[in-house]
Design a binder for this molecule. Structure first.
Ligand SMILES: Cc1cc2nc3c(=O)[nH]c(=O)nc-3n(C[C@H](O)[C@H](O)[C@H](O)COP(=O)(O)OP(=O)(O)OC[C@H]3O[C@@H](n4cnc5c(N)ncnc54)[C@H](O)[C@@H]3O)c2cc1C
Length: 396
């Protein structure tokens, strides 16, 4: 019997993971990526055990391992004076959740996925080709490509990211909206410019009024990944859809003037800031229609406060492969995929939003949050993520 053919728009984290999962479900897969090359873009990603367990199954974890770092803990501090509020231990992640918690550069994860795809004869990756449209019939789906060509398959997965144009084609024109002026600032700081204590293998979170900062070492401790999320709009607004709008360091230094000295020093040491607009949208009522389905950020754009954008895309890919290998036909398989995933992804989307409010509290509310964190302790705080990180966790 001829192998079924899957088309995927977008070779980001979700699209590449989906290609590997569909190949395992015995599909012939073609991925179309608009970028001419998959370049060194992005910065650090936190890869929680719910994602790393899938990467291990796909043979990607061992390709990533050398470039990734396993943090000992998440250390939460009060921004004003650096007072330690909680230490969430991650050393027993493997035992507790069944897979490691990792810190990796997005480009390293993408490279590991591309290497796995290159080793999979059932997957073909074509770059420099945007998918501009699709049309589906009872028996097939056809995509139109930017270069005027077309391709036909049994199903189409739209993994074209947070500003997915194929999503609009599938479910209507409701766009992602900027998240209440929130902006992420990102930088990679060379280890040589950083105090040695900031190179410890930990993930660090600083909570302040209207802003928080996350930093952790990456790539064998050669750089520190630094991300500041602010409720303040920058002087120069980041370009729509851009990942590389330069940020003015003077603006950031003024904004963090009242924060603890070690953090201010780290911020001042960043050679180059990039700003990145945060966007979100309400959960979608559906992700699939006939032979076409959304996946990853295209299906559930979320704020980064639970660090789950990449992890949820990887979970989508795994569910997609499972659903299609078990289904009698493609359309029912895609419905099963949506059923397996939507409630959980909606919950992660909602909780990411709520977490942002908690992180950025000020005044008495922040004091109450800090007291509650100290009283609870790291292990209790960590237990609140069991539903998210535990392998095979299901919607509740
Ligand atoms: C350049 C970039 C840098 C990022 N950096 C970070 C980061 O540093 N930290 C972090 O936590 N998250 C980052 N993210 C977001 C994070 O990677 C995603 O939340 C997560 O991986 C979800 O993956 P996805 O596959 O749904 O979307 P993405 O990883 O965004 O991938 C979507 C892909 O689709 C391609 N595409 C878009 N439209 C079309 C089209 N019409 N036809 C064909 N291809 C198309 C895009 O070029 C992109 O490669 C970044 C995303 C991008 C695109």
């Amino acid at each position: 019997m001829e192998r079924r053919r899957a088309l995927i728009a977008g070779a980001g984290i979700g699209g590449l993971s989906a290609a590997l999962c569909l190949a395992r479900a015995d599909f012939e897969v073609s991925i179309f990526e608009q970028a001419p090359r998959l370049e060194e873009v992005g910065a650090g990603l936190q890869l929680s055990p719910n994602a790393s367990v899938i990467l291990r199954r796909l043979g990607v974890l061992e390709r990533l391992r050398a470039a990734a770092l396993e943090p000992r803990a998440i250390r939460v501090r009060r921004a004003r004076d650096g007072h330690l509020l909680a230490v969430l231990p991650l050393e027993d992640a493997e035992w507790r959740w069944g897979a490691p918690y990792l810190l990796a550069h997005r480009a390293d994860l993408q490279r590991a996925l591309v290497a796995a795809v290159a080793a999979e004869p059932r997957v073909a990756l074509r770059t420099g080709t945007a998918v501009t449209d699709f049309s589906a019939s009872r028996d097939a789906v056809t995509i139109a490509l930017e270069d005027g060509e077309a391709a036909t398959g049994d199903l189409l997965i739209c993994a074209d990211g947070v500003r997915s144009r194929l999503r609009e084609r599938l479910v209507g024109a409701a766009r992602v909206v900027p998240s209440a002026r929130r902006t992420a600032w990102r930088a990679l700081v060379p280890a040589a410019s950083v105090a040695p204590e900031l190179l410890q293998p930990d993930s660090n979170l600083w909570l302040g009024p209207g802003a928080h900062v996350v930093h952790y070492p990456l790539r064998g401790g050669s750089v520190v990944n630094l991300v500041a999320v602010l409720d303040t709009a920058p002087k120069v607004a980041p370009r729509e859809g851009a990942w590389s709008t330069p940020g003015d360091p003077a603006f950031l230094e003024r904004r963090f003037a009242g924060w603890a000295a070690p953090l201010r020093d780290l911020i001042a040491a960043a050679p180059d800031w990039r700003i990145w607009p945060l966007v979100e949208r309400a959960p979608l009522a559906r992700w699939t229609q006939g032979r076409v389905a959304l996946l990853g950020d295209a299906a559930h754009p979320m704020l980064p406060f639970l660090a789950q954008g990449a992890a949820q895309a990887i979970e989508d890919a795994s569910a997609l492969g499972d659903a299609l290998s078990a289904a009698v036909d493609v359309e029912r398989g895609l419905v099963a995929y949506e059923t397996m995933r939507r409630a959980r992804a909606d919950r992660v989307q909602r909780q990411s939003h709520a977490q942002g409010t908690i992180y950025h509290l000020s005044g008495p509310a922040a004091l109450a949050r800090d007291l509650a964190m100290r009283a609870a302790g790291g292990r209790t705080l960590l237990a609140r993520y069991d539903w998210l990180y535990r392998v095979g966790s299901v919607p509740t």
